[in-house]
Design a binder for this molecule. Structure first.
Ligand SMILES: *[C@@H]1O[C@H](CO)[C@@H](O)[C@H](O)[C@H]1NC(C)=O
Ligand SMILES: *[C@@H]1O[C@H](CO)[C@@H](O)[C@H](O)[C@H]1NC(C)=O
Ligand SMILES: *[C@@H]1O[C@H](CO)[C@@H](O)[C@H](O)[C@H]1NC(C)=O
Ligand SMILES: *[C@@H]1O[C@H](CO)[C@@H](O)[C@H](O)[C@H]1NC(C)=O
Length: 458
C-alpha cells in the first residue's frame, strides 16, 4: 500500500547456467515482464486513493466497534444492564463488589475476613448459595467450615481478590422457593473472558443448635469448592454441590442424599458418607473414600478413578455401586461392611486398566459384579468369603488366570470348593466357588476385557 514509486523494472536476467540445454530459451524469457511497466503514473494515484478510502473506512468502523463494545460492556445493549438474577428467588439486601474487602491474590496467605458478612438465621435450616453470571465472567473459590462460636446462624463472607474490584458484581441475601435462606452472586454487563472478577467466599456453619441441617445447595460455576470437616459436626438431609471447570474437594461430609457435580475439574473426598451419593465430573479424576448404604455412583471420562468404597446394606433393597470412566484407569477397593445384604456393583472403563479388590466382605454378602474394560488388563481380587458364580472372558488369545486369593496367607484355611464349568478354553473360564451348596447361587461375578489378560482371584 505504501509503494508510491513505480516498481523497478525486472533486472535483466542473467543467462541461466543451464541455457545450453535449450538454446532458444533466454530470448522468450526476457520478452515477458512479470509486472507491466507501462502504467506507473495511474497506478500510483489509484493506490493512494484506495489507501485513503480504506483508512477512512477502517477508522470509522474501528470507532463504531469500540463504541458498540463500550455499550455492550456497560450493558446498555443485549439487556446486560439487568442483574442476572434467576427467577424464583426473592432478593433481599445487596452489596456491590466495589464495597467488598480485598483479599490477597497470593493463595499462600490466608485472607483476613474483615468484610461485612451476611448472617443467615437458620429457622428454615436450608442454605442456598447460588451464582448467576456469564460463563467466564466470574470465578473464585468457596470454603465451607463450621465454628463453635455460631449457634443457630450461619455466616457468608465475600471478598474480592486483589485487582478485581468490580462494581458490576453484587451479592444479595436471597430467599429460595422453598424458603431456603442464602446468598446469590449476580453480575451485569458483558465481560471479557480474560478479565474475570475473582471472589473468595466463605460459608461458616454453626456447630451448636443445629446438629441436623435440612439442606445445602451450592451452584457457583467456575468456583473451586472446598468443603471442610463437616462430617462429624453436621448431618445434612440433602447436599448438592455444583460448579464447572473447577475442582471439588471434601474433607468430610455426611448426608442422606448428596450430589457433587463439576466438569473438567477433579473431585477428591477424604470421606463422604451418604445413603444416596452421586459424584460426577468429566476429563478429570475422581479419588478418595466414599461410603454409602443405598446407592453410589462415580462417573467421569478420560481420567482415572482411584477410590476406596465402603458399602453397607440395610437389607431393605440392593445397595448399588456404579463406577464409570473411559480411556483411563479404574482402581477401586470395595469393602462390604455388613455381614449380609445384596450388593449390585458395576465398574466400567475402556482402553485403561481395571483393578478391583474386596478387602472386607460379609460372610453372607451377595455380590453381583460386572467389571468391564477393553484393550487393557483387568484384575479382580475377590475376598475368600465370596461365594457364587464367576466368569472371566477376554479375546485375542490372551492369558486368563483364575485362582484362589487366600491361598498361602496362613490365615484360616479356605474351605471353599471351586467347580469349573465346562472345559478350559481360550479366553473364557467360568464356574462356582462355594462352601455349602446354598452358597453356589449367592453371588455373580463377570469380568471382561478384550485384547488383554485377565486375573481373577476368588
Ligand atoms: C444456643 O441457642 C439456644 C437458644 O437459641 C440456647 O438454648 C442454647 O443454650 C445455645 N447453645 C449454646 C451452646 O450456646
Ligand atoms: C476489567 O474489569 C474491571 C472490573 O469490571 C474494569 O474496571 C476494567 O476496565 C476491565 N478491563 C478491561 C480491559 O476490560
Ligand atoms: C467407609 O469405608 C471405609 C472402607 O473404604 C471404611 O474403612 C470406613 O470405616 C467407612 N466409614 C464409615 C463411616 O462407614
Ligand atoms: C442380615 O443380618 C441381620 C443381623 O445380622 C439379620 O437380622 C437379618 O435377618 C439378615 N438378613 C438376611 C437376609 O439374612
Amino acid at each position: 500500500m505504501r509503494k508510491d514509486s513505480p516498481p523497478p523494472p525486472l533486472p535483466a536476467a542473467a543467462p541461466p547456467q543451464y541455457t545450453h540445454l535449450y538454446q532458444p530459451g533466454p530470448t522468450s524469457y526476457q520478452a515477458i515482464p512479470l509486472v507491466p511497466t507501462t502504467r506507473p503514473r495511474r497506478s500510483t494515484l489509484r493506490r493512494f486513493l484506495l489507501a485513503f478510502f480504506l483508512a477512512v473506512v477502517l477508522g470509522a468502523s474501528a470507532s463504531l466497534c469500540s463504541r458498540i463494545m463500550t455499550l455492550i460492556t456497560q450493558g446498555k445493549i443485549f439487556g446486560g444492564h439487568r442483574w442476572g438474577a434467576p427467577s424464583g428467588l426473592k432478593i433481599n439486601q445487596c452489596v456491590t463488589g466495589d464495597a467488598w474487602a480485598i483479599a490477597s491474590a497470593d493463595v499462600s496467605r490466608p485472607p483476613h475476613w474483615t468484610g461485612t458478612p451476611f448472617d443467615l438465621s437458620l429457622e428454615r435450616d436450608s442454605i442456598l448459595l447460588v451464582g448467576s453470571y456469564p460463563k467466564r465472567g466470574l470465578a473464585g473459590s468457596l470454603e465451607v467450615t463450621t465454628s463453635p462460636a455460631l449457634n443457630g446462624t450461619a455466616t457468608v463472607s465475600i471478598m474480592t481478590v486483589e485487582g478485581s474490584r468490580d462494581g458490576d458484581v453484587r451479592a444479595c441475601g436471597i430467599t429460595g422457593r422453598a424458603g431456603e435462606v442464602g446468598v446469590g452472586i449476580f453480575t451485569r454487563g458483558w465481560r471479557w473472558p480474560w478479565n474475570r472478577t475473582h471472589l473468595k467466599i466463605r460459608l461458616v456453619l454453626p456447630e451448636t443448635g443445629m446438629p441436623v441441617l435440612q439442606g445445602l445447595t451450592v451452584d457457583l460455576p467456575s468456583f473451586d469448592l472446598n468443603i471442610g470437616n463437616l462430617g462429624s459436626k453436621i448431618w445434612f438431609d440433602e447436599v448438592s454441590l455444583t460448579t464447572t471447570n473447577s475442582p471439588v474437594r471434601v474433607k468430610s461430609l455426611s448426608a442422606v442424599r448428596a450430589t457433587l457435580r463439576t466438569s473438567n475439574g477433579a473431585i477428591k473426598a477424604e470421606s463422604i458418607v451418604s445413603q444416596n451419593l452421586k459424584v460426577r465430573t468429566s476429563n478429570a479424576p475422581i479419588s478418595g473414600t466414599y461410603n454409602s448404604s443405598s446407592s453410589l455412583s462415580l462417573e467421569t471420562s478420560n481420567a482415572p478413578i482411584n477410590v476406596d468404597v465402603g458399602l453397607t446394606s440395610d437389607d431393605v433393597k440392593h445397595t448399588e455401586l456404579y463406577m464409570r470412566t473411559s480411556n483411563n484407569v479404574l482402581d477401586a477397593r470395595i469393602s462390604l461392611l455388613t455381614p449380609n445384604g445384596t450388593f449390585q456393583t458395576k465398574a466400567r472403563t475402556s482402553n485403561g486398566r481395571l483393578g478391583l479388590a474386596f478387602p472386607a466382605f460379609g460372610d453372607d454378602a451377595a455380590l453381583k459384579l460386572t467389571a468391564r474394560t477393553s484393550n487393557a488388563p483387568a484384575q479382580v481380587v475377590l475376598n475368600p468369603a465370596y461365594e457364587g458364580w464367576f466368569e472371566g472372558r477376554t479375546s485375542g488369545h490372551q492369558s486368563l488366570v483364575v485362582e484362589r486369593s487366600g491361598s498361602g496367607s496362613g490365615e484360616e484355611e479356605d474351605v471353599r470348593e471351586i467347580e469349573y464349568e465346562g472345559r478350559e478354553r481360550d479366553g473364557r473360564r467360568a464356574g462356582y466357588v462355594y462352601k455349602g451348596k446354598e452358597g453356589r447361587g449367592r453371588g455373580r461375578v463377570e469380568v471382561r476385557t478384550s485384547n488383554a489378560g485377565i486375573k481373577l482371584f476368588l
